[in-house]
Design a protein around this ligand. Structure first.
Ligand SMILES: Cc1cc2nc3c(=O)[nH]c(=O)nc-3n(C[C@H](O)[C@H](O)[C@H](O)COP(=O)(O)OP(=O)(O)OC[C@H]3O[C@@H](n4cnc5c(N)ncnc54)[C@H](O)[C@@H]3O)c2cc1C
Length: 290
């Protein structure tokens, strides 16, 4: 397993923000990740599991919290319409393989950045599909350090959440996908990618939607109605194209993003009474004041 020292965090987040991580471990198999996590837990040390960093904000300064990245754990195989994939597999590449191979149920997830592990942790979804839709089971290292297989129904999937996976390390997933016609599935993918390009500010670094959709409203609409579209703090800006995104328009810091998040939450609360809940994950060191 590779162990990197003093790594630039901005290369590990689609926000392109972050200082320096003291330690990054890159396990290449399930056995290796289990070993490194058990070791950290035995020594009472915390760690941060990193997938693709497409939903993560890292701190500006040095970060001593070790990162365990799943990016080198990306084996997958298919038996009929049953698919197994390790957590570090890039989701969009996996989706494309599925569609080309005549398997559907995931075509609307086209273009979502990040890994399958991150997607399961977040229950990522778009255009009416979620990564959990055709899931059979998830293999995890649980809080008691045992490798167990959880049936889909035991994962506690909800909107952008998977309650029972929160304290686990996701190792792999197994899906049973419906069979479809590759040509029409790939055409649907093309439509979805075009819609994403039209609606999302893909020209700037970001980590997707900042807030979850509140009951009965859209976060982006509330932020827009509050007059915050285009609002800027330092290098962070509420996207002019999609007010649900905060984009890094150049040299944004973690603190710029945190301040802009707070401005959106406060203004929306005062104007409309909605409490916006974060969808994005703040690495714990982001809010350390020490
Ligand atoms: C341009 C853009 C568009 C986006 N559009 C969408 C969209 O349409 N729908 C959507 O749902 N999301 C969207 N996102 C957000 C993001 O792509 C998803 O949340 C994605 O699933 C995150 O995966 P990741 O591997 O990058 O997770 P990371 O950012 O690496 O991690 C996210 C969280 O999961 C945890 N985690 C990651 N891997 C594991 C693991 N193996 N075991 C345990 N915990 C783990 C991390 O610790 C962290 O808490 C978008 C992001 C961008 C940048």
């Amino acid at each position: 397993m590779k162990h990197l020292f003093n790594v630039a965090l901005k290369n590990y987040s689609t926000y392109r923000i972050g200082g320096t991580a003291t330690d990054v471990y890159l396990p290449e198999s399930i056995d290796e990740i289990v070993e490194i996590i058990r070791l950290h837990r035995a020594q009472g040390r915390s760690f941060w599991i990193h997938g693709g960093g497409a939903n993560t904000l890292f701190p500006d300064g040095d970060m001593s919290l070790p990162i365990v990245s799943t990016s080198a754990m990306n084996r997958s195989h298919r038996t009929g319409n049953l698919l197994f994939a390790e957590a570090g597999k890039v989701m969009d590449a996996w989706v494309l393989d599925c569609l080309r191979g005549g398997l559907g149920g995931v075509e609307c997830l086209s273009g979502i950045p990040g890994t399958l592990g991150g997607a399961l942790f977040m229950n990522a979804g778009a255009y009416g599909q979620e990564i959990s839709d055709h899931l059979e089971s998830v293999t995890v290292l649980n809080a008691d350090n045992h490798v167990v297989e959880l049936a889909k129904t035991d994962c506690g999937f909800g909107y952008r959440s998977a309650a029972a996976l929160r304290e686990t390390v996701i190792l792999a997933g197994t899906w049973r996908l419906p069979v479809g016609d590759p040509e029409s599935l790939l055409n649907r993918r093309k439509d979805i990618l075009a819609q994403r390009k039209e609606k999302q500010p893909l020209e700037f670094p970001s980590a997707g939607s900042v807030f979850k959709r509140p009951e009965g409203a859209y976060a982006s609409q509330l932020i827009d109605l509050a007059g915050l579209k285009g609002a800027r703090i330092g290098g962070a800006q509420v996207s002019e194209k999609h007010a649900g995104f905060i984009v890094n328009v150049g040299g944004a810091t973690c603190q710029d993003v945190l301040d802009l998040i707070e401005l959106c939450r406060r203004t929306v609360r005062e104007r409309f009474g909605y409490e916006l809940e974060l969808e994005q994950c703040l690495c714990p060191s982001c809010t350390d004041k020490s």
